[in-house]
Design a protein around this ligand. Structure first.
Ligand SMILES: [Zn+2]
Length: 74
């Protein structure tokens, strides 16, 4: 798995579980995961300090659908 799953919150900024900075911001855009999978227009939280990407349930579902689509290509 790439990234960590967190609960979505409504208040911002949020604390980054990686570096502890109150620097998480919502971001939307193409996201390359550590395994090379590229998820287009992925909504996630991104830490402005350390660059960590954090995915909520919706983002995780989007990642899974992209991975499954990629796995079915030959
Ligand atoms: Zn961070």
């Amino acid at each position: 798995m790439s990234g960590k799953k967190i609960r979505a919150k409504t208040s911002e900024p949020l604390e980054c579980p990686e570096c502890g900075a109150m620097a998480l911001r919502r971001a939307v855009g193409d996201c390359r995961l550590r395994d090379g999978t590229i998820v287009p227009k992925l909504k996630r939280l991104r830490c402005k300090k350390c660059g960590a990407n954090l995915f909520d349930d919706e983002a995780m579902a989007q990642i899974e659908s992209v991975r499954q689509a990629a796995a079915h290509k030959t």
